[in-house]
Every structure is written in C-alpha cells, then in structure tokens.
Design a protein around this ligand. Structure first.
Ligand code: 8YV
Length: 319
C-alpha cells in the first residue's frame, strides 16, 4: 500500500520520524515557491500536519480537494479554520490532556516568578549585583491574595488544583459555569478582574476571545493587580497592557504568549518586574514527545481505522 501524502506546514521535530514512517511527507516550509509546491501536489495531499506556525485557512483547504484530515500539534488550534473544515467534511484533531499538567506547572512558575519578582532576582545574582547590596523586597506576595482564572477548562482546573495548596482565594470566569467546578464562579470577566488580585488568562485564541483582556479589564484589576497569560496572546490587547503598566494602573504581568510570535517585546521588557517567557507552556521534551505521538496517532488511526482519536469540538464526530 502506498503511504498517504501529507503536507507538513512547518517543522515538528519530535514527530518527524513517526510521520516519515507512515506518510509521504511534503515539507511546505522548505519550498521557495509555496503556491507552486501546493499546486503540484494538490491532487495527492490527503492530510495536513501543523504546529500552528502557519495558518490552515479556507484558502489552503480549498486548494486541496483530496484533503481528509488536519492534525494540529497543540491543544490550541486557533490557526486552523475548524468550522470551515467541518463544512467541507474534513476532520481536525488536536492534542488535549497530554499537556495539561505541564502547562499548569508553567503557569504556577510564571505566577510565582511574577508575584515575587524572581526573574529580576535571578538577573541580580547573575550580573554580580548581589555583591554590593541585597535585592529589594518584592512588592507583592501571594499571602492573603485571590487569584482569578479566565478560561476554566482542563488547564484552568489544573492551575486551580495547584493553587489550592498555596492557600489563596480562587474564582473563575467562563462563558458558562462549569458543572464540576469547586471554586467561585463570576459571570463577567470585568467582575472577576475587579474581585481578584491576580488574573490568569487561559483563554484560547480566535475571534471569540480577540482582545477580551483589554483596558477595561486592566482598570478593574487595578494598580496592585497582576496579569498572567498562559493561553493565547491574541486574547490580550497588548497596547492596552503596555499603557496600563506605563501609567502605573497595573502592577505587573507575566506572559508566556504574545500577539505575534516569536517576538522581542521591548516595551514590556522595559519593566524589570514583568516576566517574559518564550511560549514554553508545554515545552518539555517529555510533553512535546507525547503531543507529537498523539498528533501522529490521530493521523494514523484515521487512515488505518477511519476514526480520529481526539477530534476538536467543531468536527462532527461520530458523523
Ligand atoms: C503548543 C500550545 O505546543 O498546545 C498549545 O496550544 O500553546 C503549545 O503548548 C504550541 O502551540 C505548538 O506550536
């Protein structure tokens, strides 16, 4: 049996060997003329694998009449037009669960780094400044504080479970209350921001959340407030975040994700207290390997057994 043809939009090193074993790979990012590359192969490509670095939009989907499945490396699939794929009968899969605990761990690291200014403290030792004086006390603490989580899905719950051990108050906001939640629900994002000291966003990307975290939210969080983002950068109005920090209307922020990635966010880096991570939420070798395996398993299962393992909610399944 010939291997099915798969268009790989960008490099996914942890999955490369497994993909090669099962598919005829077409590496789009290596092509000088992308349109020509796709046009030459359009009647053969039956699968796409993507890490979200390039968009799988309606235009790309329409160029591939034999496309059956899009495998996304990552739980967030905002760069894939899943509703359009569903209309065309194309399955979309993502990699949930296998990264939940890793991302929650990173969120806790980011919260602690930001609240206790540990990034600046680490630089202080590294740069030899400790030799001439002590590091200033951190302005903030977790003691007696309340943390709000916006986007209370699997990862939000795993963050809350960890924070329970820290003795902080907890509340969350989602479009709808979550049935098995055991922390307080606040029915508006502004209400949540006004209630808490630290706001953690686990919001996914896409039109529904675009700039949901805006000037009004920062205003409600207040001058002692701290904002943490482990979800998607597009959910935050970054200009409003910079403006709030510059005006002293927000104390600090800890970010793992940005509006545009990769980036060198100079305006944010100007604040010593602000903590900036390079989208490493799930990025351990262990978890990235598990994500790669699940993406490949979805694709292989589709061609071997006609069923995806973890289709996204927009994909009507079972049909
Ligand atoms: C991904 C992520 O690994 O899973 C997600 O949604 O944000 C990351 O952990 C990344 O998007 C892959 O490029």
């Amino acid at each position: 049996m010939p291997k099915p043809d798969l268009l790989l939009l960008g490099p996914i090193p942890v999955a490369a060997r497994a993909l090669e074993a099962h598919f005829e790979l077409h590496r789009l990012w290596e092509a000088a003329d992308r349109q020509g590359f796709i046009a030459e192969r359009k009647d053969r490509i039956r699968a796409i694998a993507t890490s979200g670095s390039l968009r799988t939009d309606a235009a790309l989907i329409d160029q591939l009449p034999k496309l059956e499945i899009i495998g996304n490396f990552g739980v967030g699939y905002d760069t894939v037009d899943a509703p359009y794929a569903a209309k065309r009968g194309i399955v979309v899969t993502n990699t949930p669960d296998v990264l939940t605990e890793e991302v929650a761990d990173t969120a806790l690291g980011l919260i602690l780094m930001t609240v206790r200014e540990l990034g600046a403290a680490e630089r202080f030792v590294r740069e030899g400044r400790w030799l001439t004086g002590g590091f200033p006390y951190s302005h903030a603490t977790l003691r007696g504080k309340t943390v709000g989580i916006v986007g209370y899905g699997r990862i939000g719950k795993a963050i809350a479970a960890r924070l329970k051990g820290f003795g902080v108050g907890l509340a969350y906001h989602n479009r709808r209350p979550v049935a098995d939640a055991d922390i307080a629900y606040v029915d508006t994002l502004i209400g949540l921001a006004g209630l808490v000291d630290i706001l953690v966003s686990v919001l996914p990307g896409g039109d529904a959340t675009y700039h949901a975290i805006n000037a009004e939210v920062f205003e409600a969080l207040g001058p002692e407030g701290i904002f943490i983002n482990i979800g998607r950068g597009s959910a935050v109005d970054e200009a409003a975040l910079v403006a709030a920090l510059q005006a002293g209307k927000l104390q600090s922020a800890g970010l793992d994700v940005y509006a545009v990635e990769p980036c060198r966010p100079a305006e944010l880096a100007a604040f010593e207290r602000v903590v900036l991570l390079p989208h490493v939420g799930s990025a351990s070798q262990h978890t990235r390997a598990a994500m790669g395996q699940l993406m490949v398993d979805n694709l292989v299962n589709w061609f071997d057994k006609g069923a995806p393992l973890t289709p996204v909610p927009e994909t009507p399944w079972p049909r």
